[in-house]
Structure formats: C-alpha cells, structure tokens
Design a protein around this ligand. Structure first.
Ligand code: ADP
Ligand code: MG
Length: 459
C-alpha cells in the first residue's frame, strides 16, 4: 500500500491545505524525501521532471519554521525569476491564513522595495543567487538563522555563471544548517559541488534509469533550416495543441523569431531574458491563463516551470545536450499525464537525436505531415511515390510538382506534399487559383523577403 501524507507525519495544517489543493497521495519522491529531510540530513533529491519535487522539500522545510521567531529560517535558491514566482505561489497556497511570512528576493525587481519588505522579517525566502548576495553585502539579509537551504534546479544554478554568487550564499549559512540540492539532472560537476557543500548527503533518486516520463511521446520531423518556421506553423495547424512550448537555442534574435512566427499566423509570445520583470510576469500569466497558444522560450527561461495544460513541446532548434532535452520535454507529460514532443531538425541535425536516444534510452520516431496527418515517413514516401506516379501521367501537373521538388529534398516533398495545381482552364479551377492567389497576395503584403521567397518556393 502506498504511504499517505499522514504516515509521513505532515502537520495537520498542511494536511488540510493539501486536501484543499486536491493533492491526495504523496508521489514516490515525496515518500522517500520527506522522512530524510525531516530527520535533518543533507540530501540530493533527483527524480524526473514533473514528479513533485517542490512539495518534497517545501513540506519538511515549512514544518521547521518557528513562526514566533522573527528570523529567516528557510531559504530556497532558484535559477530564474519565473521559477521563483512559481515556488512563491506554492508557498503562499500552503501558508495562506497562517502566521508564516514569505518573500521573494529575485533579480530585476526593485531592491529598495525588497529591503523595505525585509523589515517584516520573512520566515522563508525564495531568491536568485545574485540578488541574495547583493542584499547580503549591504547587510540587509543574513542567513545565519537559516535552518534549511534548498537549491532547486541546482545544476542550472551552478551553471549560470554565478558560481561565486551561489558559493557566497552557501557560505552565508551556518555549517550546521541543513542543505538540499534538487534537480532532475545532477551532472558530475554538480555532484562535485555537492561533495564540497553537503555533509554526508543522502542521495534520493527515483528510477534513475527512467530519465523521462513514460507518458511522453518523442517525435521528429526533418526539413531544411529555412523551412523550420513553416514546418512549425504546419505542425501547429495540424495538431492544434491547446497549449505548447517552443524552444530555441539562441536568445539574441528571440524578438525576430517571435515576429516571424506571429507573422505566419501563430498565437505565440516569447519569454525574453532581458524583458522587464513586469513584462515577463505578464507573458507567463497570460500563458497560464491560456490567452495564447504557444510560448517561445529558451532553456534557461523554462527550467522547472509547471504549467497546466501544456500538451506539446516543440524544438525549433535541437536541444544542446541530453540534459537540456530532458528538461525541455519535461514541461509536458507531468504527473502521469500524456505529452508529445516534436523536434524539428535539418538532415544534418538528425545525428543529435540519435545521441539523445542512446543517452536517454528513448525512441524518437520520425514523422512527416501528409494530408492533414502525422504519418511515418515510410508510409508517406510510398504515398508520395504513388502521387508522383499519378502525376507523371498528367504532364502539366508533373511539371509543377518537379519545380517544387527541385528546391527541397525528398523528405521535404513528403513533408510538404505539393498539391497538383488546379488546371487553369476550368471555371472551378480558375476560381480556386485566383482565390488562392488573392490569399497569398494578401498574406505577402509587407512580408519580409525571406517569407516571400519561401512562399514562392512553395508554388
Ligand atoms: P518537479 O519539480 O518534480 O518537476 P513539481 O514540484 O513542479 O514537479 O510538481 C508538478 C505538479 O504536480 C505540480 O503542479 C504540483 O502541484 C503537482 N503535485 C505535486 N505533488 C503532487 C501529489 N502528491 N499529487 C498530485 N499532484 C502533485
Ligand atoms: Mg521542480
């Protein structure tokens, strides 16, 4: 029989809150981690994305707080603003109506206001390393009374070039304080850091061989680099995901990418690293509320985010490595729900997926779009072959197909089946052509050159 939160000896106030939140049974990582953290051991908590790691550390951490003491007793360090806000919301839900005060100390927000609010003596703080350190330096924040310090998405926190900041934060806590590192991925470099900062840590790993959720379907489609945006557009049209995240690698031109995607008619907004706190919060809020369909994000921005209703994750660029892939796809298929992830790769990028398959023990299946369906490329190839045989019998149309095929590789053709052009001399066909032409002209009006060229290529 599975363990209950009662058996884990969670305090009654939190049992009540969990019930209100509709959370019934603890997940495996919660069952394992909660007793260890309650004992006061240092720990590394590692389990797949979407398995409930946040509550696994928040519940035992909150229980250590003595609300009669006006001191900071729990610190949660996070890599990004968005994750910080998400965790703050979780804390607020668990502590609503009670005496525990929480505060976020996240970069990008006004320091003055944070300093002012610190006078209220929060019991629990969620912060990013840079801002925490800044406040420590000006002596507005002391970590001496912290009983438990948690670093969530620890590998990312260490990786973000703020190593010195994190180490300074860790040094700010007493040696005797309890420290916990959390992530779905603990690379060797993080393990080494753990060796330096944790005292005989208990390593809590759930199912380490199963690295991504079993409920996830991994797919890919192949196209040329210049076709990627259009391929994404067509995939979205075909799949109609309620809510999806689109990943890209570079942040420099995120504005340009989002503009292109919006131009082709996608309902998409981007999570910009450099945008103001308010803008980022607004984008996240609207996305959570389902006000637009796709969120364009980078790996850093989306780490740890738990957004209800995300059914698909698209990769406009393949992930940089297997760990990044795992965190990207982990934005869907959470808590046993189904999820699909589709990498859009060029023929030259296919080898990257082969590597992920081996490293993660998963299968990433090739797909192509054909007649409004996602099909196996083989199936599609035979359909394409049949089509071209059919078309070969009709000289006028075959010429049109060849022109389009000339600019694409074989898979391209199958991914973008060129419809035989309607013969111009029939009345119905004439109407169709002119209507299509009108539509194209309308869409091309003011289009950037790359898009016009692309549309011409499609003819
Ligand atoms: P992780 O950090 O492992 O990626 P999260 O802590 O973000 O996962 O949790 C994923 C989702 O599951 C959240 O929406 C959370 O509220 C929910 N959740 C957490 N624990 C439970 C539970 N025991 N039962 C049901 N849902 C849970
Ligand atoms: Mg998490």
């Amino acid at each position: 029989m599975s363990t209950s939160f009662e058996q884990l000896q969670i305090a009654q106030t939190y049992l009540d809150k969990l019930k209100e939140l509709g959370i019934g049974e603890p997940t495996p990582i919660q069952t394992e981690a909660i007793p260890v953290l309650k004992q006061g051991s240092d720990a590394i908590i590692q389990s797949q994305t979407g398995t409930g790691k946040t509550l696994a550390y928040l519940l035992p951490a909150l229980e250590q707080i003595d609300p009669t003491q006006k001191q900071l007793q729990v610190l949660v360090v996070v890599p990004t603003r968005e994750l910080g806000m998400q965790i703050m919301q979780e804390i607020e839900k668990l502590t609503a109506g009670g005496p525990i005060r929480s505060q976020s100390l996240i970069g990008g927000a006004a320091v003055v206001r944070q300093v002012e609010k610190l006078r209220l003596h929060p019991h629990i703080v969620v912060g990013t390393p840079g801002r925490l350190l800044e406040l420590m330096k000006i002596k507005k924040l002391t970590l001496h009374h912290v009983k438990i310090g948690v670093i969530d998405e620890v590998d990312q926190v260490f990786e973000l070039g703020s190593m010195q900041d994190v180490e300074a934060v860790l040094k700010g806590m007493l040696k005797s304080s309890q420290k916990v590192f959390v992530s779905a991925t603990i690379p060797q470099s993080t393990e080494q850091a753990a060796g330096r900062w944790l005292k005989e840590p208990v390593i809590i790993k759930i199912n380490p061989s199963q690295r991504t959720a079993e409920t996830l379907e991994h797919l890919y489609v192949v196209c040329q680099e210049r076709e990627k945006i259009d391929t994404l557009r067509r995939l979205v049209r075909l799949i109609k995901p309620k809510s999806a995240i689109v990943f890209i690698n570079v942040t420099d031109d995120i504005a340009q990418v989002v503009a292109k995607l919006q131009y082709v008619g996608l309902s998409i907004e981007a999570l910009y690293g450099e945008a103001s706190k308010q803008d980022r919060a607004k984008v996240m809020g609207s996305f959570r509320d389902g006000k637009f369909q796709l969120l364009l994000a980078t790996d850093v921005a989306a780490r740890g985010l738990d957004i209800e209703g995300v059914t698909h994750v698209f990769h406009l660029d393949p992930a940089t490595n297997a760990e990044y892939y795992l965190h990207r796809v982990g934005r869907t298929g959470r808590m046993g729900r189904e999820g699909t992830t589709i990498s859009i790769v060029t023929p030259k990028e296919q080898f990257i997926l082969d590597k992920f398959e081996k490293q993660l023990g998963i299968t990433i299946a090739p797909k192509a779009m054909y007649e409004g369906r996602l099909v196996d490329p083989a199936q599609d190839r035979s359909a394409a072959a049949m089509r071209s045989r059919r078309e070969a019998a009709r000289p006028r149309e075959a010429a049109a197909v060849r022109t389009s095929a000339a600019s694409m590789d074989a898979r391209e053709v199958s991914a973008a089946p060129a419809k035989p052009a309607a013969p111009k001399h029939t009345a119905a066909g004439g109407k169709a052509v002119s209507k299509a032409q009108r539509e194209r002209d309308r869409k091309s009006k003011g289009a950037p050159r790359w898009l016009k060229e692309k549309q011409q290529n499609k003819e």
